[in-house]
Design a protein around this ligand. Structure first.
Ligand code: FHN
Length: 699
């Protein structure tokens, strides 16, 4: 390793590209990868709580309830599922009659648990209550439950005992939305016969808490509380936080999904607000293109097109598809929650059983490459996927080969380690030849694939994996006023990262990066990875600009607290021209948020006035909205979130001198949920809501 004193960066860079300190750098201890390529979180109590779930990788989702009785068919339509009461507009009285038909005589929890165990599933998440409000457990708080049916058995008790006996963690799905409870609001838009008069949402929230308490006190240790149905306007962050805290108080180790809170971004499933509670993201029917370092997530998916049993739906995914999805998800650091919708008799559809058996057969040979593994360190592999497992000494890399190499050469691109050995997981005693060819590693494999769906080739390393590839240049913004901290990182700790700030491409003589760079003037940072003194990546670069802050505006002596708000009405798909429209309401707002009727559909609001910033700096603004919104400061568009969308957050920034600046925030809501929030903070600091004392308007 070269110590390059002569290449030290001075004056503008209070950084710490290695310079003289370079010689002192020792190869850092490999930290076990977790959740993604750059995750490096130190173990915490949350890590301990999440450990079983992160190892599990594969779980069983069960959607079961009264909706299994019509089996998807109503008045000749056969496309319904667990939403049938809503999609077929079934009046509550008519739906209530299904309760008398609930008698799943073939239900045998032990049989279900056997199927799941043989499939290699490590946890089960079952609907204790879906949106129709019907409870599959013995609840003291309602008769809308299994105990009031001819069957009269506590399904959840039987599930808990049977699955636990087979070492499968028991987890509860529970719907926040409830189409049956008289106090839940809102009603379905088509429901005219159920008046909302006298409904008291607070009373419903007490019922919800009381039932969650039953679920977390009567059935032993529960792995996950999996909430759903959180997207209606009645559910709020505060209610979500209280529910999360209740769960953790009742069972400190329970894991709670992010649907307990309100900022899930649609089916992509990740929370969009830093304040959100919840332990993992919940992509639905979709696998993220990439895992997110440090973020836990689980894809839930149907085996056909329905969650609840639908007799007519024979559009099953093949076992091969699902095995490859499982490999894909595990390689991105996620879990796979595969759904079964049992029949009203209490059986898993035969098509599900067959598929679970096939997946189980594959896992019986290859489970080691899924369970207990962590995300791949390769950004892409043309032949398939990779999962990794830190061992007591070194690392095992599992290559899930979907496209078997016809020439018998499995080329692992950019692997910097010299492997200790390689073998097929299906034939662990037969070592495969493995050698380095330039920057790649090549494993000699049989010409025929051992498994037509996915064959696992194991490569054992004596150390943490070293994967060649470009470093990442991270910073809170591209602009700054006085200084900015810039991090150059790479998931492979053993690589040397070298960077320049003079525009030249980094060479083996350029300074080593051993700490964040701190830039004090406009600079282009260029970085590159090296191994054993040789460049092993392309050069990456990012420009940072020192900005002249906007001068503060001189406030008149006619300013008053709060922003002026105007409202206009219309069916908008994007922000309207406020100036050309009739104002339907006006007020002065102490903070940038919508209140009461302002949260209605088909309205738009413009908040306008002065924002006082205490310090000259580059200020970052996070705008959260559903539907569209925009934020301007001093006439510059800082955040653009316009258009129809579910809740989303975007961050922008601007350099501001201490004092007053003109601020405008516009927002519109078309239909459904609505939200608007603005947070701000100096570069490098946490973002926080704007204090009312910082907002003013001219009278
Ligand atoms: O509306 C439900 C749906 O019925 C099903 O339960 C899925 C499972 O994730 N979740 C909801 C939609 O997000």
């Amino acid at each position: 390793m070269n110590a390059i004193v002569g290449a030290c960066l001075r004056v503008t860079l209070t950084s710490l590209l290695a310079c003289a300190a370079a010689h002192a750098q020792t190869a850092p201890e490999p930290s076990p990868p977790s959740g993604g390529a750059t995750a490096e979180a130190a173990p915490s109590s949350d890590d301990a709580r999440m450990a079983w779930w992160r190892d599990a990788r594969f779980g069983l989702f069960i959607h079961w309830g009264l909706y299994a009785i019509p089996a998807g068919a109503w008045n000749g339509d056969t496309h319904h599922g667990e939403w049938i009461r809503d999609t077929a507009h079934i009046p509550v009285g008519e739906y209530d009659a299904l309760k008398a038909q609930w008698n799943p005589t073939k239900f045998d929890a032990a049989r279900w648990a056997d199927i799941a165990a043989k499939a290699g599933m490590k946890y089960v998440v079952i609907t204790t209550k879906h949106h129709d409000g019907f409870c599959l457990f013995d609840s003291a708080h309602t008769d809308w439950d299994v105990m009031s049916t001819p069957h009269g058995r506590d399904i959840m008790k039987e599930i808990a005992d049977a699955f636990r006996a087979r070492g499968i963690r028991v987890c509860w799905y529970h719907s926040i939305m409830d189409w049956h409870h008289p106090d839940y609001l809102p009603r379905r838009p088509w429901e005219t016969e159920r008046s909302a008069d006298g409904a008291d949402l607070e009373r419903y929230v007490k019922y919800l808490h009381a039932q969650v308490e039953e679920l977390l006190t009567k059935y032993g240790d529960i792995g996950v509380l999996w909430f759903d149905g959180e997207w209606e306007s009645s559910w709020t962050h505060e209610r979500g936080k209280a529910l999360y805290e209740l769960c953790r108080r009742l069972q400190p180790n329970v894991i709670v999904n992010n649907r307990v809170d309100v900022s899930r971004a649609g089916i992509e499933g990740f929370s969009t607000d830093e304040r959100s509670v919840g332990d993992f993201g919940t992509p639905e029917q979709t696998i993220p293109a990439q895992g997110l370092p440090g973020v836990d997530w689980e894809t839930c998916m149907t085996m056909n097109g329905h969650w609840g049993y639908n007799r007519a739906d024979q559009g099953w995914k093949s076992a091969a598809e699902m095995i490859r999805m499982l490999c894909d998800i595990a390689s991105k650091g996620g879990n796979f929650l595969m759904n079964v919708g049992p029949t009203a008799d209490g059986e898993f559809p035969q098509a599900c059983v067959e598929r679970l058996e096939a997946i189980g057969a594959w896992l019986s040979t290859n489970g080691e490459a899924i369970h207990g593994t962590r995300a791949s360190v390769f950004s892409e592999l043309a032949f398939g996927r990779c999962t990794i497992k830190p061992m007591e000494r070194g690392t095992r890399l599992y290559f899930h080969v979907f496209e078997w190499p016809a020439d018998g050469r499995l080329v692992i691109p950019g692997l910097g380690n010299d492997p200790v050995k390689a073998f097929l997981l299906a034939r662990p005693d037969a070592a495969l030849d493995v050698k380095r060819v330039d920057s790649d590693v090549v494993v000699a494999v049989p010409t025929a694939a051992p498994d037509a769906v996915s064959s696992v080739v194991v490569v054992e390393l004596a150390e943490a994996p070293i994967v060649y590839g470009a470093p990442t240049i991270d910073a809170a913004a591209d602009g700054f006023v006085s200084k900015i901290e810039v991090r150059v990182t790479h998931p492979s700790a053993a690589l040397e990262l070298r960077a320049t700030t003079d525009g030249s491409d980094p060479t083996a003589q350029s300074p080593l990066v051993i700490a964040p760079l701190v830039l004090e003037r406009s600079t282009t940072v260029k970085a590159r990875a090296f191994h054993g003194g040789k460049p092993v990546s392309r050069v990456v670069s990012r420009a940072f600009t020192k900005l002249e802050p906007n001068a503060a505006v001189a406030p008149t002596d006619r300013i008053a607290a709060g922003l002026a708000v105007t409202q206009v009405r219309g069916e908008f798909a994007q922000l309207p021209e406020f100036a050309s429209m009739a104002v339907s309401a006006k007020r002065v707002a102490p903070s940038i948020e919508l209140l009461g009727a302002e949260r209605a559909e088909n309205v738009a609001h413009r908040f306008e006035g002065l924002l006082r910033v205490g310090e000259t700096d580059y200020w970052r603004f996070a705008l959260t909205s559903d539907d569209g919104a925009r934020l301007w400061v001093d006439g510059s568009l800082v955040v653009d979130l316009d258009g129809l969308h579910s809740e989303a957050t975007k961050i922008g920034g601007i350099a501001l001198g201490a004092g007053f600046h003109r601020i405008v925030v516009e927002h519109f809501n078309r239909t459904g949920n609505t939200s608007l929030a603005v947070r701000m903070g100096r570069l490098g600091a946490e973002l926080a809501p704007i204090p009312p004392t910082s907002l003013a308007h001219e009278r």
